[in-house]
Ligand binder design. Structure first.
Ligand code: CA
Ligand code: CA
Length: 94
């Protein structure tokens, strides 16, 4: 079984993300079937990270930008914007 593939269809995609989201924060004994990929009995950030690391595995839509990457891109863009603002305004402050 592929890590991150909750429904066992051989692909890691938005269907698996929905399973993780549906069980988020829950305790489970069903392991990967409920989105608990690391097997610690809880569906949480580590499981989401495992899923993100294997995102698009087995799919033909590798060009599609997955949600975790979009979020990471947003964080990077916000950090760069903030850094630019600081750099720009610091000399003005004296
Ligand atoms: Ca799947
Ligand atoms: Ca887990």
């Amino acid at each position: 079984m592929i890590l991150g593939d909750a429904n066992g269809d051989g692909k890691v995609d938005d269907v698996d993300a929905q399973i993780v989201a549906a069980n988020w924060g829950d305790s489970t004994t069903n392991g990967a079937d409920d989105g608990d990929f690391d097997g610690d009995g809880v569906v949480g950030p580590i499981d989401a990270a495992i899923m993100a690391a294997n995102w698009d595995h087995g799919t033909s839509e590798a060009a599609a930008v997955p949600e975790p990457s979009r979020l990471a891109l947003l964080v990077v863009a916000a950090s760069v914007a903030l850094a630019c603002c600081r750099w720009h305004y610091c000399p003005l402050r004296g």
